[in-house]
Design a binder for this molecule. Structure first.
Ligand code: SF4
Length: 102
């Protein structure tokens, strides 16, 4: 944060590994207040890994977390479009940016 500035740092938040909607929302809220973009991404099981058979989160769960975090991002003025680099700038692994403005 001190190096890159407010709104120019993002961190991966993996959803679907057991954290509740409330816990994920609280963590994202804390990060947003620090000026860090919580890049919420659904867990994807990959064959040959220890979590190969762990289920991916449902689309309803992801929709709920995206709606909550998207609203918080909108209120804070922390937008992926203003980031200069990183995963939040790329956005390929998360649908969150679609919820920042809705
Ligand atoms: S594809 Fe984009 S969002 Fe996904 S890990 Fe790579 S840089 Fe990050």
């Amino acid at each position: 944060m001190k190096v890159f500035g407010w709104g120019q740092v993002s961190t991966y938040i993996l959803a679907g590994l057991g954290d509740t909607l409330e816990t994920l929302t609280e963590v994202c809220d804390r990060l947003i207040h620090m000026g860090v973009y919580p890049f919420v991404v659904p867990f994807v099981p990959i064959s040959g890994t220890p979590l190969a058979y762990h289920p991916a989160p449902s689309s309803e769960f992801m929709q709920s977390i995206y709606e909550r975090v998207g609203a918080m991002l909108k209120q804070s003025g922390l937008h992926s479009a203003n980031m200069k680099a990183g995963c939040a700038k790329c956005g390929a692994c998360s649908a969150l940016s679609n919820f920042e403005v809705s």
